[in-house]
Structures are given as structure tokens and as C-alpha cells.
Write a protein of this length. Structure first.
Length: 367
């Protein structure tokens, strides 16, 4: 690999990413087939975009959804991966603010940077958005191409290491915006978090930093122990026999003010919504299987519940989150459970929906 050396090089300089024009990547050839690690051609920087050498990339349940065929926009063969940290190695035409050698991350939703939504700071709902690992090949590779670099790339401060930064783009940033920007959690409110994986544990950490009291719900004792370690006041084991909403109501004196479904199934969505007190706020973060998923609307109407979606966080909102990380109020490095190579990732991806590891798995493509 011939990568930029020390320091930051001028805009539109190019350092060839790979001597032979090929890089290793985790490739899925068709829906639900076994992923394979093999060499693929180097990506090229699109107009307005960049190529980034991937230093770390997170494994997320959303990657499993893409592998399983739940996202109609994914074209196979495909390279998953949408949470990443890395170094810019190529800059396309029309890029003004990004430079070779810059260490960066990116939201998993990359807005076009031109529309009214993007100009208003809401790139996460851009109608012309790009998503690495979904609309184009993603970061389970040594190199990844990213679009609209000036609008979407976020320069990483030195105090945030690569593995931690890779956890920010989807799970941590999504949880942060879900509680800060959507639910607007206030001190002393009860927050129920259903699912204590990467997103859920991020939500526990963020809620506690906001001064809220947290009830964590999960099917495994290990995940609940991790949630308790991050400050969850109560843990509810969703073993299939327990009435989760009733248990939460008993623990909180009538239900939570805010609920988060960090899993994405009809059952977890219903448990989260029905755990609310009257006039509570629910945030759906976990991806449901399809648009026909059943939601307890009768409860939402009768109790005047607010049902909110949350779809990542725009790059413009990162500085506030990064400042809290620098101040120590948020500690996302505590959520990184393990680091694996591409070969291990290929083995793990098909079973990610059944994974019992608490916390975030990060891929190091150089392993």
C-alpha cells in the first residue's frame, strides 16, 4: 500500500491507494450467501467525494439486514459496512475542504449537501442520500469511496481512537440523536432501552449522561450486566415468559417517560411502546423487517404517545457530541467489545442477528 505519509497534503493531491490496483474486501455475492474475503479493484474518488483507507469499521445489525435482503436498494455482489474511521487517500474533483492524510469519520447517511434538508442541517433525511454499505460498496474493505465529502466527512480529534470513531457513525450517533434531538430527554426522567447491543448500550450511556434513570431490557444476562455497568438502574430479562411492560411499570411507578427500541422487531417495538406512561415518547431506532410491521397504535392513540423515528445524525451535529466525549461525559470507547479481522467478520456476519456479545464488534481490515 502506498499511502499518504506524515501530515496533511494539499487538496487534490493523490497518493495511489494500492500498488497493484486491488484491495481486500468482504464480498457478499447474493442474498444470504456466505461472505467471502477476496481482492477487488481499488475504488475511485467520485466527483465531490474521496477515497478513505479504512483503519476500523464497525459490525452492526444493519449490515445483517443488508446481507439478509431486507434493503431493496442493495445490489449484489456487495460489500457491507457503514461505520468507519480512516485516512483520506484520494480526493475527487470539486472537493474544497478535505485533504489527503486527514483522519476522518462519516455519518452512515451521507446527504447530497445541496438540497434544502442538507442546508438546514438535516442531511440524515436527505432525499438524495448515499449510504456506504447500502447504496454503494461499504467499509468492510481496505478502501472505501465516500460521496459529498465537504458536507459529510468529520475530522477526528486526536483523543478519539480509530476503534471508538468507528462506533460513532451509526450506533452511538444514532442513540445520541435519538435521545438528545428526538426524545429530548430531561434529567430524572425514566428511559427504557429495549436491546442492550451496540445501539442500546450507547443509549444507556447517553441517557445517564443526560441525568435520566434507565431501565435496560434484553434477552441475555451478559448484555444486562453490561448495561448495569454503564449506569442502568434496573435490568429486565426478556426471557419470553415475563410481561416486559408490566415489569417496567412496576419499576418506574407507572411506566417510562421515554422508550427506545434498539433491536427492531414487532415484539421489541411493542414492548418498548407499551412500557411508556401516558403521554410518553417512543423512539424507534432498530430497523423493522418491513413497512407492514404491526405497531400498537391503539395504545398510542388512547395514551397520546409520541412515536418518533430516528435515522442517524448529520455531520453538522457531530461537534457537540465530540465535545462531550473530550470532556469525558460520554465514553464510547467502553462500548467496544472486540476487534476482529475481515476473515472473522465473514464468518460472523450471517449470525449477527443471533449474536450474544454485549457491546460493539470492530473490524480491523489490516488483520
Amino acid at each position: 500500500m502506498a499511502i499518504a505519509g506524515e501530515g496533511v497534503l494539499p487538496i487534490r493531491s493523490r497518493v495511489p491507494p494500492c500498488d497493484d490496483g486491488r484491495v481486500r474486501a468482504l464480498v457478499v455475492d447474493a442474498v444470504r450467501t456466505q461472505p467471502e474475503v477476496r481482492e477487488v479493484p481499488d475504488p475511485s474518488a467520485p466527483d465531490g467525494g474521496v477515497v478513505v483507507r479504512v483503519l476500523a469499521t464497525g459490525m452492526c445489525r444493519s449490515d445483517w439486514h443488508a446481507w439478509a435482503g431486507h434493503d431493496g436498494g442493495v445490489v449484489f455482489p456487495h460489500v457491507p459496512g457503514h461505520e468507519l474511521a480512516g485516512v483520506v487517500v484520494d480526493v475527487g474533483a470539486g472537493v474544497d475542504r478535505r485533504r489527503i492524510g486527514e483522519r476522518v469519520t462519516v455519518p452512515f447517511v451521507c446527504g447530497c449537501g445541496r438540497c434544502g434538508w442538507c442546508r438546514a442541517g438535516d442531511a440524515q433525511v436527505c432525499p438524495d442520500q448515499q449510504q456506504p454499505g447500502f447504496t454503494h460498496w461499504g467499509s468492510f474493505a481496505e478502501l472505501v469511496a465516500l460521496h459529498a465529502a465537504d458536507a459529510n466527512l468529520v475530522a477526528l480529534p486526536d483523543h478519539v481512537d480509530d476503534a471508538t470513531a468507528a462506533a460513532l457513525g451509526c450506533r452511538f450517533a444514532t442513540a445520541y440523536r435519538a435521545l438528545v434531538g428526538r426524545a429530548r430527554v430531561r434529567p430524572e426522567e425514566w428511559v427504557t432501552v429495549v436491546g442492550a447491543g451496540g445501539v442500546g448500550l450507547s443509549a444507556v450511556m447517553v441517557a445517564r449522561a443526560l441525568g435520566a434513570r434507565v431501565v435496560a431490557v434484553d434477552r441475555t444476562r451478559e448484555a444486562l450486566a453490561a448495561a448495569a455497568d454503564l449506569g442502568a438502574e434496573h435490568a429486565v430479562l426478556a426471557d419470553g415468559a415475563l410481561d416486559v411492560p408490566a415489569a417496567v411499570a412496576d419499576l418506574t411507578g407507572g411506566g417510562s417517560h421515554v422508550s427506545v427500541d434498539a433491536v427492531g422487531s414487532e415484539q421489541t417495538c411493542a414492548d418498548a411502546i407499551c412500557s411508556l406512561r401516558r403521554r410518553g415518547r417512543h423512539v424507534q431506532v432498530g430497523l423493522l423487517p418491513d413497512d407492514r410491521s404491526r405497531v400498537p397504535m391503539a395504545r398510542a392513540i388512547a395514551w397520546e404517545l409520541d412515536l418518533l423515528g430516528s435515522h442517524g445524525m448529520a455531520a453538522t451535529d457531530y461537534p457537540e457530541m465530540l465535545a462531550l466525549i473530550e470532556a469525558g461525559a460520554l465514553q464510547p470507547h467502553r462500548l467496544v467489545e472486540r476487534t476482529v479481522g475481515l476473515d472473522d467478520a465473514a464468518r460472523l456476519l450471517p449470525g449477527l442477528d443471533r449474536a450474544t456479545v454485549a457491546g460493539i464488534t470492530v473490524i480491523d481490515p489490516t488483520r
